[in-house]
Write a protein that binds this ligand. Structure first.
Ligand SMILES: [Zn+2]
Length: 425
């Protein structure tokens, strides 16, 4: 039987400690935003004309949205370029003692997670995973006593758990040396991931418990094992960690209460079970893995043409964007089976709507399906089938009649790229 369970899973409690801080950040972001030519589009007094041309495509973050698709990402999240040091702590409990060695638990996620980020970022993110404590770190209370359950109001339990982790690790760990923290919980604590996924990330949060003078602000917790029984755990089970770390870098959840139906397998923030997948080009721009010179902004009235190279291959123009407003627009990119995109069964031009006013888990991104109702081209487990054949091919056109926008794939180019024509009012 194909595994269709649990695409709807975790309430990734990003910023659950934030409270008033989130609101304050939102106000700041908006206050510096304003109307066209938003101030964040000019990084200094000498903005180049190329940067100015991109300004209408940098849809801005919106006040009150906790994890917004807008640019730039609010302050407080981890850096997403350069060398990132990740502290890994393997923890267990008196009532759920670690089975096997703690280093084996670490090996379920590394080196694959570091390699995934290197590939996806074109080498711009160097992810250094460190585990200065090589044994299970025993918590003082039983797992059940922390009250950690999916969807429950568990902030007090998490705060206590983080304080206990900091206290237990502090003699051997200098927390100030790290950019983010991964808590790899013994898999026998709590329910199976097939029943309920507890994995969660607290990010961008300056109100977090302190250790060594720094707030433990960007922390991912991984529970259980995302093992669907298909025999692929050793290859794909690590993928929950790059998803959780995506929140540490400020990315929202793209799955909704209905599952992966709005983005499918086109982004790891939508589906992190099953075959490997990449991030959307929009997310790569947001994370600083694409330069402004790799974005083609279709903001002027009339027709424009865009030559796009495959997202998985470094260099060239990766993303065309058609802004609809200050908070939304259509993104256009080329997806092929390469790099982290292992399950692509119909290479072509992916078109999706990005809306910075829609919060995490509510559908901030919606992929347009070129073959709606087709059932898709994949039967791989844990890959959303219907949207697997979403990309557009030469001769096909996407239209938004209300906005009077059309996006046509004109021709395939040597090397897997495509020529795309955009028409807009
Ligand atoms: Zn998530």
């Amino acid at each position: 039987m194909p595994q269709t369970r649990h695409r709807i899973r975790r309430p990734c409690r990003t910023g659950a400690f934030i409270g008033l801080t989130a609101l304050a950040l939102g106000v700041t972001a908006t206050a510096s935003g304003g109307v066209p030519g938003r101030s964040h589009t000019t990084s200094g007094p000498k903005a180049t004309s190329a940067e100015s041309a991109l300004a209408p495509c940098r849809i801005s973050a919106t006040m009150g949205v906790q994890l917004s698709e807008g640019l730039p990402t609010a302050p407080g999240y981890s850096r997403s370029t350069g060398e990132i040091r990740a502290l890994n702590l393997m923890i267990d409990f008196p009532d759920a003692k670690g089975e096997g060695s703690a280093m084996d638990r670490l090996a379920e996620f590394f080196p694959q997670t570091s390699e995934w980020f290197r590939t996806s970022s074109y080498g711009r993110l160097t992810y250094r995973a460190e585990a200065p404590i090589r044994n299970w770190l025993r918590m003082p209370m039983p797992f059940a006593a922390y009250g950690i359950e999916r969807g429950s109001a568990y902030e007090p339990g998490y705060r206590q758990l983080v304080e206990h982790i900091a206290r237990a690790a502090d003699p051997e760990v200098d927390f100030s040396r790290y950019d983010l923290i991964n808590i790899l919980v013994t898999p026998n604590a709590g329910p199976s991931a097939l029943d309920t996924v507890l994995s969660v990330t607290f990010s961008g949060n300056a109100e977090a418990p302190m250790a060594d003078g720094v707030p433990l602000a960007n922390t991912s917790f991984v529970y259980s094992r995302q093992d669907d029984g298909s025999g692929s755990y050793r290859e794909t089970g690590y993928r929950v960690l790059p998803h959780e770390n995506g929140h540490v870098f400020g990315l929202p959840d793209l799955y909704t209460s209905d599952g992966g139906g709005t983005v499918g397998h086109w982004d790891i923030m939508s589906e992190d079970w099953g075959a490997n997948n990449d991030l959307l080009g929009w997310h790569k721009w947001k994370l600083g893995w694409l330069d402004g010179s790799q974005i083609s902004c279709a903001s002027k009235p009339g027709a424009s043409e865009h030559l796009l190279t495959p997202l998985a291959v470094a260099g060239g123009t990766k993303l065309a964007f058609v802004p609809l407003s200050e908070s939304a627009g259509y993104a256009i990119e080329v997806r092929t089976r390469a790099g982290n995109d292992e399950a692509v069964c119909k290479p072509g031009v992916l078109i999706y709507r990005v809306d910075s006013e829609v919060d995490t888990g509510r559908g901030p991104v919606t992929v347009s399906d070129s073959a709606s109702g087709s059932g898709g081209c994949t039967r791989r487990p844990n890959v959303h089938a219907e949207l697997s054949d979403a990309p557009f091919r030469p001769g096909e056109t996407f239209t938004d009649d209300k906005a009077r926008i059309s996006i046509s794939v004109v021709a395939a180019l040597p090397g897997g790229g495509f020529r795309v024509r955009v028409t807009r009012p």
